[in-house]
Design a binder for this molecule. Structure first.
Ligand SMILES: Nc1ncnc2c1ncn2[C@@H]1O[C@H](COP(=O)(O)OS(=O)(=O)O)[C@@H](OP(=O)(O)O)[C@H]1O
Ligand SMILES: Nc1ncnc2c1ncn2[C@@H]1O[C@H](COP(=O)(O)OP(=O)(O)O)[C@@H](O)[C@H]1O
Length: 616
């Protein structure tokens, strides 16, 4: 009869360090977990505890599932039978057992190290003769990351011909830690002496680069900007606006982890039970932590209704060396319900959505938010300013307030951002973008083409963020186009398509129906931010700059003096909302084209001739 499989357990990082210490015989008299008076303990789920009490074994595995040891109940606590040694991790070859260390480096003075060495300490060490640095890299002990501490100590050791051993002695926050430290060092030193570093001084100049990497300035540290709040509170709107600012500034790499977007891919298939929501948020936290580890900015905007899960995300990001900045979008449920953008509150009230946050599922208000924003009766700009002000005060990001003058003065709009002069005869290529490329953006394209006529040195095309391939113009919109004099051959010749990076790259100006389309385009092609506007935003931006500027110079100047992408600039989606809605959108587009086309179409004449580029 085969015995039942041994249950497995993955210990915490601290416990893994303890296990390595025990397995190498480094803990002196302590041989297993949970011995009386020892700080080395093992936290196990109740089921596994009972399993051990019943006389069975439990297998301890590393985070990748590799079996490391078996534990069993013993008279002193839990005995440990090692199965394998950890084989990976930076500077692995320096992790030696006490026996191996004594054999390799006999007769050296053992000097424990747990922080970057200073000038005075180096002087002290130089007076000790041959030295073995015992680098204490266990969880919670070194002042810098274990890998940085080892890199730094090895660098100094090379200078003075010292040896280096890495010891995973963790800090347990226990009164008995000091005795454990003494026992471990005695095991490594054997009959050799142990000398503690006593001098302080300043970190050695040759370690400055490592110190700088370990303590990045707040403006370079990885950052998770985490928006939490009810559905419809304004999380996505504010997150998108903030991302725009970050992209416009261009100093940080930015990743959006929007609640809805995450649920369509990373968390596809999850529902809204407490468990699924927690899984969803922990996934977001995991990704945000990785982004922060590499110095990026992750902008997260899920509901995240549970305090405990938010704390877990905070811990993950901080463990990766990032900063966690919590923004509570505290718009009250009554206002969210009044907005009811997606009709979800109405459904929840009718009982069609069980467990709807704020109605039939809890939202735990954060008590640890870095900033709290109620968007009721406020503009997006105002609400966003609360966030950017708080970020500036906290020292993480210094984003300009909207409306601050652009970087280039009006009279010399391109001096600080030289652009390649193009031959006067090239056509200015305008790409219109909406969602499906069957309603608003085809209207813009076809109407603009018919208004501008063949002679114009502007070309117009369109595409959709979620475009169907090769669909005709929506029937209602097609009818409106015809009634406004657009030729049938233009309408019939139209075929929808999706927006691609190539299409964006090939355009001189991208004009979108709504701010969300603009955000989408910028996510695809962040470097194109100076040429992507909502149609309304471009009209407003063009109105801000010198009206002598036309064509490309207008686009450049508008890129530096952009007006905010205000919601009133958006051309709403009339799709399937009837003729009147289509006409209202068409009116709005006509009005905006009426402002924009003459300025763009001005390219057709000879006015580029006197254009004197001031760069170079
Ligand atoms: N039962 C229920 N409760 C709350 N929200 C619901 C629910 N069912 C669907 N939705 C839609 O899903 C969006 C919230 O997803 P999140 O991933 O942000 O939620 S959570 O953080 O996992 O709780 C949320 O989008 P936002 O409005 O952008 O917040 C809703 O559109
Ligand atoms: N000051 C404001 N800040 C953010 N959104 C606002 C503001 N005023 C009105 N709104 C509107 O509220 C809605 C918020 O929706 P959304 O950003 O999708 O919320 P969430 O992502 O929290 O579900 C949008 O329609 C937005 O235009």
């Amino acid at each position: 009869m085969s015995s039942p499989p041994v249950p497995q357990h993955c210990p915490s990082p601290r416990e893994l360090d303890d296990l390595e210490l025990l397995a190498s015989g480094a803990a002196g008299p302590i041989l297993g977990f949970d011995e009386p008076g020892s700080p080395i303990t093992l936290d196990l789920p109740d089921t596994l505890r009972r399993h051990l009490e019943d006389g069975h074994e439990v297998e301890l595995v590393d985070p990748e599932g590799m079996p490391l040891a078996r534990v069993a109940k013993s008279p002193r606590g839990l005995s440990v039978t090692p199965l394998a040694h950890a084989q990976f991790g930076p500077f692995r070859s320096h992790y030696l057992s006490p026996d191996a260390t004594r054999a390799a480096y006999p007769g050296r003075t053992v000097v424990p190290v747990s922080d970057l060495l200073t000038d005075a300490q180096l002087e002290q060490v130089r007076g000790l003769g041959p030295v073995l640095f015992a680098v204490l890299v266990g969880h919670g002990r070194p002042a810098v990351s274990p890998v940085a501490l080892l890199r730094a100590t090895l660098r100094v050791a090379e200078e003075i011909d010292a040896a280096v051993v890495a010891i995973p002695l963790a800090d347990h926050g226990s009164a008995s830690d000091a005795a454990l430290r003494d026992a471990v060092l005695a095991a490594y030193a054997g009959t050799d002496r142990v000398v503690e570093l006593t001098a302080d001084g300043t970190t050695l100049p040759q370690l400055a680069d490592i110190a700088a990497q370990e303590h990045p300035a707040p403006t370079e540290q990885g950052l998770a900007l985490f928006f939490t709040g009810l559905s419809g509170s304004g999380k996505s709107t504010l997150a998108r606006a903030l991302i725009d600012r970050l992209l416009e500034q261009g100093t940080r790499s930015v990743t959006s982890l929007d609640g809805d977007v995450v649920r369509r891919n990373l968390s596809a298939g999850l529902g809204f039970s407490r468990e699924d929501r927690e899984t969803n948020i922990r996934r977001i936290g995991w990704v945000a932590a990785e982004i922060a580890r590499h110095g990026g900015v992750a902008v997260c905007s899920p509901i995240a209704p549970y305090d405990e899960t938010r704390q877990q995300v905070r811990a993950m990001v901080e463990a990766a060396g990032g900063a966690f900045f919590l923004i509570h979008v505290a718009t009250p449920v009554a206002e969210c319900e009044r907005r009811d953008r997606k009709g979800l509150y109405a459904k929840a009230r009718r009982g069609e959505i069980p467990e709807f946050t704020g109605i039939s599922s809890p939202y735990e208000e954060p008590t640890d938010a870095d900033v709290r924003v109620d968007t009721t009766a406020r503009s997006i700009e105002e609400a966003l300013a609360d966030v950017t002000d708080a970020l500036r005060t906290a020292g993480y990001l210094d984003l300009p307030r909207q409306g601050a003058p652009g970087p280039a003065p009006l009279s010399r709009p391109i001096e600080t951002q030289p652009v390649e002069p193009r031959p006067a005869e090239t056509t200015l290529r305008v790409l219109f973008v909406c969602t499906a490329n069957i309603c608003r953006s085809p209207y813009m394209e076809l109407r603009a083409r018919s208004l501008a006529g063949d002679a114009a040195k502007v070309s117009f095309t369109s595409a959709g963020t979620h475009g169907f391939t090769a669909h005709p113009v929506d029937a209602t919109m097609g009818q409106v186009l015809r009634e406004r004099g657009v030729g049938g051959e233009l309408i019939e010749g139209f075929a929808s398509r999706s927006v691609t990076r190539e299409l964006i790259a090939g355009a001189d100006l991208v004009l979108t129906a709504e701010a969300s389309h603009r955000a989408y385009v910028l996510e695809e092609a962040p470097q194109s931010f100076r040429k992507v506007f909502t149609l309304g935003q471009f009209a407003a931006s063009a109105a801000r700059v010198d009206d002598a500027l036309t064509g490309r110079r207008l686009v450049e100047a508008a890129g530096h003096r952009r007006a905010g992408a205000a919601p009133e600039h958006d051309v709403r989606d009339p799709y399937r909302r009837g003729k009147a809605a289509a006409e209202a959108s068409a009116d709005q587009i006509d009005r905006l084209l009426g402002e924009v086309l003459p300025r763009l179409g001005g390219l057709a004449g000879s006015e580029r001739a006197p254009e004197a580029h001031s760069h170079g």
